[in-house]
Design a protein around this ligand. Structure first.
Ligand code: NAG
Length: 325
């Protein structure tokens, strides 16, 4: 046996002498990953590329590790700015210095992504949103906030107009939003806290994200348990055992989509880039439906269901217009 394997090595040796491709390691943001996959495909002849996800914070952390560290990457994908806790901007306004390792890094914008809130097509959630016509930002905030209704009200959200059909059973249900909707819990899914998308969504939808307000995250043990299940078992867990209303996070977009598609009351957020080319279909051909964002309307001089100056990305100003309590 020993002789045989030695011979094998000898036979392979001449091929190994061909010039090896330079190796590039890339990891980080799941919303940048589809772009990085395109780099990988375009540069197959030129580089051997190892590509991993993990979220923006993972990208920032790993590009900042000392180059001798086996986890160090050459490119850290991020869908957000550097945080002052990670790296310091130098005087040239361009170079960052990692706080711990002193690695010098910079940030180059490669793409602009949109963020979508989505539900499963032909679900209870979809039927409800079709009946209402869409959701306002304040309704999204009510769904995704860990603040009580009283805290939201004190911060300017008109609960009465956001959730006119509330039945006070302490579970947030689609029927709370409108009498035409099913009495099914609203179950959120979204990127985990390693993700730039997580922070962006929190900052734009919640009023005081990272301060007193946050997402009502599911128990981490439940999340790990769910991550370990195969697809059929995960579907069953979601349909029979999932804690209602908590945000089930993952750094894996494919898992998030799978979970969302198993939940008739599910509602998720994510980057739109990775979903553009038919990847918003699961193996059973189910599709997601993107929730339309509605402008607030005025009733009796009171802003219906929104706060001043509070909006998503490009519609921030439109939503903020004349929107005073
Ligand atoms: C990649 O390699 C091919 C074949 O050697 C070469 O024609 C091409 O210019 C290279 N591209 C880049 C971006 O270096």
């Amino acid at each position: 046996m020993v002789v045989a394997s030695a011979l094998l090595l000898l036979l392979c040796a001449p091929r190994a002498e061909a010039q090896p491709l330079p190796h590039l390691r890339i990891a980080g943001s799941s919303t940048v990953k589809p772009v990085a996959e395109q780099w990988q495909n375009a540069l197959l002849l030129n580089y051997s590329i190892t590509l991993e996800g993990g979220g923006s914070s993972t990208g920032a952390r790993r590009v900042c590790l000392p180059p001798s560290d086996p986890e160090h990457v050459d490119i850290g994908d991020m869908s957000r700015e550097w945080k002052t806790s990670e790296a310091q901007l130098l005087d040239d306004g361009y170079t960052y210095e990692c706080l711990e390792s002193g690695n010098r890094v910079t940030q180059i914008m490669v793409a602009i992504d949109g963020l979508a809130v989505a539900v499963k097509r032909d679900s209870a959630a979809h039927a409800c949103i079709e009946a209402i016509g869409g959701l306002t930002l304040a309704q999204l905030r009510w769904v995704f906030s860990d603040w009580s209704d009283a805290e939201l009200e004190a911060d300017g959200v008109s609960i009465e107009s956001c959730v006119p059909n509330m039945d006070d059973d302490a579970v947030k249900e689609w029927s709370d939003l409108d009498a035409r909707c099913e009495e099914t819990p609203i179950n959120p899914y979204g990127a985990g806290d390693q993700s730039g998308t997580h922070d962006f969504f929190g900052e734009t939808v919640l009023g005081d994200f990272g301060g007193a307000e946050g997402f009502p995250d599911c128990d981490a043990d439940d999340m790990h348990y769910l991550e370990g299940l195969d697809e059929d078992a995960a579907d069953l867990y979601i349909q029979s055992q999932r804690t209602p209303n908590c945000v089930m996070p993952s750094e894996d977009d494919h898992l998030l989509l799978q979970w969302l598609l198993a939940d008739t009351g599910g509602q998720g957020w994510g980057g739109t880039g990775g979903r553009g080319q038919g990847t918003d279909r699961d193996r059973r051909g189910h599709r997601i439906f993107r929730v339309r964002l509605l402008r607030p309307v005025h009733r009796h001089g009171r802003c219906h269901c929104d706060r001043e100056g509070h909006g998503i990305g490009g519609v921030r100003h439109a939503l903020g217009q004349n929107c005073t309590r």
